[in-house]
Design a protein around this ligand. Sequence first.
Ligand code: ZN
Length: 132
Amino acid sequence: MKCPVCGTVYRPLKGSGESLSVSTASSSPSCRRCKADLSDLFRLHDQAVWYHKQALHLLTQGSYSEATEYNNRALALYYSNADFHALAGKLSALQGEFREAISSWQQALKFDPQNAIACHCLQAIELMAKSD
Ligand SMILES: [Zn+2]
């Protein structure tokens, strides 16, 4: 996610309760560089993550089309999150939409070239294509 004012890029911190590497010492989160108020942006981000978590939960229940719906809402709020695209790809693949799956995973790798799910799934599909 980017500060809309000065363009500083913030990445979600992995594996910690704090979602972003922005100073939250003050009551509302603000940009480290330009001090713009980022609380609306954070709310959108939190909402997107919530939709994504719902999608993951629905996926484990086998409700793929509902999971896709929730994940699409997450993507609508926060398009540059590689994990959302990776999940979109997985959901497409589970529903037999391999062309869409591949384009979602490629999108995920565009935003995060190290994205493990997207890398792994694309390699698996390439192997499948070769063995045909
Ligand atoms: Zn800024």
